[in-house]
Design a protein around this ligand. Sequence first.
Ligand code: NAD
Length: 499
Amino acid sequence: MALEGQSPYSIDADWNNLYIGGEWRESESGETIPVEDPSTRETVTHVASGTEADVDAAYEAAVEAQAEWGETPPAQREQLVQGLIHALDEHSEEIIELITTEIGGIHGVGETSIQITQDHLAEAATLPRRMKGETAASNIPGKENIVYREPEGVVTVISPWNFPLNLTARALAPAVAAGNSVVVKPSTDAPIIGGLVWARLAEEAGFPDGVINVVTGRGSEIGDHIASHPDSDVVAFTGSTEVGQHVAGLAAENLAVPAMELGGNNAHIVTAEADVDQAIDSAVFGSFIHQGQVCISINRHIVHESIYDEYVEKLTARAEALPAGSAHDDVVLGPIINESQRDQMLGYVEETIEAGATLETGGETVDLDGVDDSLVVRPTVLSEATNDMAASCNEHFGPIAPVIPFSDVDEAIEMANDTEYGLAGSVHAGDIGAGLQIAKRIDSGNIHVNDQGINDEAHVPFSGTKASGIGGYNSTDFLDEVTEKKWISLQHEPREYPF
Ligand code: NAD
């Protein structure tokens, strides 16, 4: 697996195998997929290209392991989840480096990924002891009703590339804590951080064989087979709305529970009464962290006309001062994940300018020494934007800040809600009570007053409305998704029937 003296978490370790039933094995086809470092554009390793036969093997192993795992005492499951916490802690620096290499996350993004993941693991470790049933009085004489809470069985975890460590963790950890086994399919752009790292950590923590299985491979080749697998009881999917709708359809046909966290188009509303400097601090972080590749980042800035010019001027100056380059260097913005994402977002910028917006800064890539076709995009500010321009009405998933003026608060709220999505958002309105009143009128699963949208706390519910998802994540909300209730009644004395 790793050469002598080499960490199994180094990019140079062997990542070429699937993890099924506690064994590392080649894909049945023997084929592999290259993994590119988006900063250098070099191929850094290869992962196995899983096939449908590999997927079947993973579910077979998961079903077999779950029977015993589901009966494991809570303290033992708690201890194993804590084992993940210790293993992650021990290898955090190597994993941060992997995040930089595999997805172009700067060191700070890697650190944040570790912190959020540890938070999700810590919360998951409490779930085995909190997984309680209930009793209910009966209308039938002599009957006792007991409601047991049981694991669903096998949970499928499909994760995206943008924050793969914690987005896999937030489904995987509570699922296994509740007594389920899992089959993880990470993104092709993050097969290591979103999947194979979890296999290594599970092995190190001592999970029984088959409880955690990882199949890497292309969504377009094995995705449908995974999403519709008859042995899958829950499909915990985080990704785009387009793919999520398709996956939810397959899961529903199979009568598996779809727990879907999808795209967003989040508004940052700044009223005339706001503290502009505080709103700008939030705006710079919320728009540009991880190159804007966050489902809950700021997609649109909706700013009152009386402070509009000051806001655009300050946001532009701050954007221009942000260093952008290779994620291996000391920068704030690293590369976009791949060419198609970069080209799509730059296309939105072009269309928005053609439709009448003004490019204040950015809108182009940064040349890097020795790199052909750089994926680094300068932080971009577009003024005089409207809500229907391409960079505003699409989830651009890039370091792009379209700034839209408004004249009264009702108009701002209407614009913020005028999207198919309902994931997150933020409000700066001076008085915190005024901020709360606006937040209540925004149709989204999360919204933050005097802040920006990027927040996730494992003990606090997280979900999207409208096209941003179905089902609840975090803590007991997700516990509900991965467990089912079973009613058993006990008839203590002979029951009288009508015939
Ligand atoms: P994506 O939808 O392209 O891919 C997500 C996952 O689905 C990947 O693992 C992919 O391989 C897999 N997949 C593709 N086709 C499949 C199929 N037919 N069947 C099963 N799986 C298939 O998303 P992405 O580009 O990886 O991530 C970005 C998107 O994720 C954005 O829209 C973002 O808003 C969203 N996201 C949402 C949240 C949230 O909590 N709501 C968090 C992070 C990202």
